[in-house]
Design a protein around this ligand. Structure first.
Ligand SMILES: Nc1nc2c(ncn2[C@@H]2O[C@H](COP(=O)(O)OP(=O)(O)OP(=O)(O)O)[C@@H](O)[C@H]2O)c(=O)[nH]1
Length: 492
């Protein structure tokens, strides 16, 4: 994935700087040049990149005056906040409310990925308990209704369209009416992306908008157009009241960074990005967590989202009991891998975990990471219960390791690798001892201890102790924060 490459290059530039014994001007310039090159290759406008470079230099100059500051940290922080500025529109999007009917109209040029994105959007919300429905008001492209119908059927989402009716405005109106009666809370209207003349396309959009009265108009755009995204987004904004943007095909295009930054410059909030053809290759876009992830710092909120989707709550108490006692066994590692596998494209999930994406899970190597986890699990399948439930690695003597290698058909070296990974994770877990609530809700004391237990970088991402408290409030008093500790702690 191209964005992963961008992130990788920036992270490497920062790493090289961190490895230098003395951070002088030359080292800093090299680092900044590396970051600049990476951004320009991803088609981010020269002016923005130059601005960023100047700002970072300014920050460094000011900070130099304050003695005792850590230059590495200052540079990393400055890169982080400057990148956030580049991709943040600074305008919060309108968000539909669950349980209250919202009509969402999708617009965009042909081939931008509009129809696919409508279904992804519906599917994303359906998984969160919404009642979405799809209306196909694209009568221009013959196959559009079939495509929507196929996607909707696959995702078990109700849909409306017609092979006979040629008036998109009529279809849109009827579809919205029908689904309002059926109490759907998210009615998604897919519109046409082409016309014989551009003016007629905009006129059609205006009419569809008039009859459906959308609460939100989402403009879908293909990332491959890079900086040209600016003009395209503005043109659409002039014709219909675009409230948010989704950028598609961020998985494959070198110009992804350009599109993202250009759209942000139009003050249109980007709300999701499409990262593949499949239904779940769709990610919430939020500037700060996005940049965190790009820089390998993790994306806690996105990860929480995923956790909610897959980890069965009832599995947590026993696990938490063990963890609070500081017991991290190979079996627990196995169960965590199982959970991770359920979460969808593995890179998407692992990139959200602070610290986990560099060595064990290289960015952009989903398949390899998935294969690695599978390999580890196969080896663990060849272990005895005693081995899986022990925390004592001394138990794993030569003959046991050879037996596991033989049993799983893997090399001895690979078993050693897996045990090394276990050792690394167990070390992180050991720091969590006594800081994980065993049962029930979280009182103020455990909240504090949770704040203490989180790595400072992660805590900062959430917005400090106050942000943590907010996050926990949002999640309710249920087990979510425990999941968080359960998963994040082990995977740091
Ligand atoms: N790689 C990748 N492909 C995508 C993504 N989103 C959509 N596509 C593909 O892009 C192509 C066009 O998508 P459609 O959904 O048909 O596009 P559309 O904008 O509805 O097209 P019209 O109906 O002609 O206006 C399809 O092959 C999709 O599978 C994405 O995020 N990544």
């Amino acid at each position: 994935m191209v964005l992963a490459e961008l992130g990788g290059t920036i992270t490497n530039a920062l790493k090289r700087m961190s490895n230098a014994t003395i951070i002088d001007e030359k080292v800093i310039n090299e680092c900044l040049n590396g970051i600049t090159r990476a951004l320009l290759q991803s088609d981010v406008r020269l002016e923005l990149v130059k601005n960023m470079q100047d700002n970072i230099k300014k920050i460094l100059k000011n900070e130099e005056l304050a003695a005792g500051h850590n230059k590495r940290k200052i540079i990393q922080q400055a890169v982080y906040s400057e990148l956030c500025k580049i991709v943040d529109s600074g305008k919060p999007p309108v968000t539909p409310k669950k349980g209250k009917t919202s009509v969402i109209m999708f617009v965009g040029l042909q081939g931008s990925g509009k129809t696919t994105t409508c279904t992804k959007y519906a599917y994303y919300h359906q998984k969160k308990g919404w009642k979405p429905a799809l209306v196909c008001a694209d009568t221009f492209r013959a196959g559009a209704f079939d495509q929507l119908k196929q996607n909707a059927t696959k995702a078990k989402i109700p849909f409306y369209g017609s092979y006979m009716e040629s008036d998109p405005v009529k279809i849109a109106g009827e579809g919205v009416e029908r689904f309002k009666k059926e109490n759907c809370d998210l009615i998604i209207v897919d519109t046409s992306g082409r016309h014989k003349q551009e003016a007629s396309l905009f006129e059609e959009m205006r009419q569809v908008s008039e009859i459906t009265k959308p609460d939100l108009v989402i403009f879908v755009m293909d990332s491959s157009i890079g900086q040209a995204a600016y003009d395209q987004a503005l043109a659409f904004k002039k014709s219909v009241s675009v409230g948010a943007v989704i950028i598609t095909k961020m998985d494959g295009h070198a110009k992804g960074g350009g599109a993202l930054s250009a759209v942000a410059a139009t003050k249109s909030p980007v709300i999701f990005i499409g990262t593949g053809e499949h239904m779940d290759e769709f990610e919430v876009f939020d500037a700060k967590p996005f940049v965190s992830r790009l820089l390998g710092m993790g994306d806690l909120s996105g990860f929480m989202d995923k956790i909610h989707e897959v980890v069965p709550m009832e599995q947590q108490p026993e696990l938490l009991q063990k963890l609070s006692e500081g017991t991290f066994t190979l079996r627990i590692m196995y169960e965590q891998f199982q959970n991770i596998q359920k979460m969808g494209p593995i890179g998407q999930v692992l990139g959200m975990l602070p610290g986990l994406n560099s060595d064990m899970m290289p960015k952009g190597q989903d398949k390899e990471s998935q294969a690695k986890i599978k390999r580890y699990m196969t080896m663990m399948d060849s272990m005895t219960n005693e081995e899986l439930d022990s925390t004592n690695l001394k138990l794993m003597n030569e003959s046991r390791i050879m037996r596991i290698a033989r049993g799983s058909g893997r090399a001895v070296r690979e078993v050693m690798d897996m045990l090394e990974e276990y050792k690394r994770l167990a070390k992180v877990w050991s720091k969590m001892k006594g800081k994980i609530p065993k049962k029930g809700g979280m009182g103020p004391v455990s909240r504090n201890s949770m704040a203490n237990a989180l790595p400072p970088e992660m805590l900062r991402q959430i917005g400090g102790p106050a942000g943590l408290q907010n996050l926990m409030k949002q999640l309710g008093s249920g087990g979510a924060p425990k999941d968080l500790m359960g998963m994040l702690g082990g995977m740091k």
